[in-house]
Every structure is written in C-alpha cells, then in structure tokens.
Design a protein around this ligand. Structure first.
Ligand code: SAM
Length: 278
C-alpha cells in the first residue's frame, strides 16, 4: 500500500514552500492536484516533473477512487490544492476519509494557509477562534447565518472573494453592530494589505475604492459581554436589553431582533414603542 501525503503549497509567495514539501513532491509517484495546469506551473518553477492527476471538487468521489486504486497498487501520492493547505476550504476530505478507511497512511506536510497567516498578524488576544470558511453567497442567507453567530464570543475568521467582501462586511455590520475587524488582502503577495479598524471604518475604506481586487481573509471580533444579548425570545426583555446596553436606534433594534428570532417586524415594533416610551 502506498502513502498519501497532504502537502501545503504557497498562498502567493513561492518562497513559502517547505523543504520537506519539495522533497515529497519530487519523490512521490503521482501528484493529485485541484487544477493541473495551475500546479504544473508551480511545480516547474521548482523543476519538479512528477506526473499529475486531476482531483477537483465537482468530481471528488470519482477521482478519489482513481487515486485509491494507485495507492492500493503501492504508489505514493501527494495531494495539493491551488493554494495553501488542502482540505481547508479546498477539496481533499473525501480522499482522506476513504484512504484512511482503506488502511493507507495519510501524512500531513504542513505549510502555508491563508487562515493561519491572517490569524498570526491580526493581533487578537491569543486563544480560540472560529473558522467559518466561506460565508453563504447571497446577502439574505449570509445575514441569517451571521445572526446564528451573534452571541459567539470568539473571533470569527472567514474567507471572501473580491466580488463579495464589501457586502459581507456590510452584512457583518448590520448583524453584529460596529465591532472590530481585521482584513488581510493578498497575503504574502506584492500588494499585501492588512487593515485594522471597526466594520464601519473598513466598509468606508473599501467604498472609496473604484475596484476591489485580490483574495481576502476577514476576522471579526466576538461578542463582548456588552453586546452579548440575553438568551431569550421574550420581546420585552430583548428590547429592554438593547435599549440599555446598545447604541442602536429603536428602528435598528427592531430590525435586528425581528431577524434574530424570526418574528414579524410590526410585532416587534409595537412592543418597542412600549419599551422606548417607558
Ligand atoms: N486552502 C487554502 C488555505 O489553506 O488557505 C484556502 C483555499 S480557499 C479555496 C481560497 C480562499 O482563501 C480565498 O478566496 C481567500 O479568501 C483565501 N486566500 C487564499 N490565498 C490568500 C491570500 N494570499 N491572501 C488572502 N486570502 C487568501
């Protein structure tokens, strides 16, 4: 039985590949790659000419079987993705699970990942954080998902595309209020940019730009005791909490609560009039 190596590759700067990754990629019989054309360029820049086999998300199950067949025949295989560490918001988990079930040794060859690179420079207190991968792509689904995270006290890390990053930041502002955020753009590349501020400040920075380019990691601070709303669906209690503990206007508090607990805005509004009128 062959070995399956899960090998991290650079997220931009080619110098970030490890000595061990280069040796493994040279020594294995086959490299399974998300996009063979993309990976061929990377490998030839290191003068590596190991045969490539494609392993991409839409055909993960079928491709995994093909690779398992090679492993069964004693060939060693390395899995790489387009950038960073495979299986982190990238294909690979189907292959890893099936290989392990088959008794194949699955060996990590760690290295670059946008997740760890961003966390390492964010300056948030050390300790746990939550990795959300990519957020849902439509604003309504995204807000619904973010609402489920509103009481999370750990910082949340997510990946974003240039197309959606501004609307995702605006949705965070809408759901979480004006929390601290760290945005890493184009990590390890020429146009690397690290932005630190509140959600509103960063939205303003991006709104002033003609075009948003690059790849993004966003880290939003968790709920603090002050914005950690009570675990209740009692309208009066929730509204009173917002009135006393947040800077939201009555209108914004109504909207937030209606979304959070799935109540109609008019019902929340009627109750809000009593709380704000008291
Ligand atoms: N497996 C990769 C890893 O370990 O980082 C992540 C793959 S995921 C499909 C691609 C996303 O990662 C991008 O949309 C972006 O959010 C983030 N990303 C990748 N490279 C990046 C970079 N150089 N700077 C900032 N974010 C990056």
């Amino acid at each position: 039985m062959g070995c399956l190596y899960i090998v991290a590759t650079p997220i931009g700067n080619l110098e970030d590949i490890t000595q061990r990754a280069l040796r493994i990629l040279r020594e294995v019989d086959l490299i399974a790659a998300e996009d063979t054309r993309h990976s061929r360029k990377l490998l030839s820049s290191f003068d590596i000419h190991t045969p490539l086999l494609s392993y991409f998300k839409d055909k993960e199950a079928g491709r995994a079987e093909k690779i398992l067949e090679k492993l069964r025949h004693g060939l060693d295989v390395a899995l790489i993705s387009d950038a960073g560490t495979p299986c982190i918001s990238d294909p690979g988990s189907v292959l890893v699970q099936r290989a392990r079930r088959l008794g194949v040794a699955v060996i990590p060859v760690p290295g670059a990942s946008a997740l760890t690179a961003a966390v390492s420079v964010a300056g948030f207190p050390p300790g746990p954080f939550v990795f959300l991968g990519f957020l849902p792509s439509t604003s309504s689904k995204r807000k619904k998902f973010l609402s489920s995270q509103v009481r999370e006290t750990k910082p949340s890390v997510f990946y974003e595309s240039p197309k959606r990053v501004v609307s995702a930041l605006k949705d965070c502002l809408h759901v979480f209020g004006d929390r601290r955020v760290f945005v890493a753009r184009e990590l390890t590349k020429i146009h690397e940019e690290l932005l630190n501020g509140t959600l509103q400040e960063i939205v303003d920075v991006f709104s002033g730009r003609k075009k948003i380019k690059g790849e993004f990691v966003v880290i939003v601070e968790g709920a603090t005791l002050q914005n950690n709303t009570p675990e209740t669906h009692d309208l009066h209690e929730l509204l009173s909490w917002y009135r006393e503990n947040s800077s939201l206007s009555m209108r914004d508090a109504v909207r937030r609560i209606a979304e959070d607990i799935g109540a109609s805005r008019s019902a929340v509004y009627q109750e809000a009039l009593k709380v704000w009128g008291a």
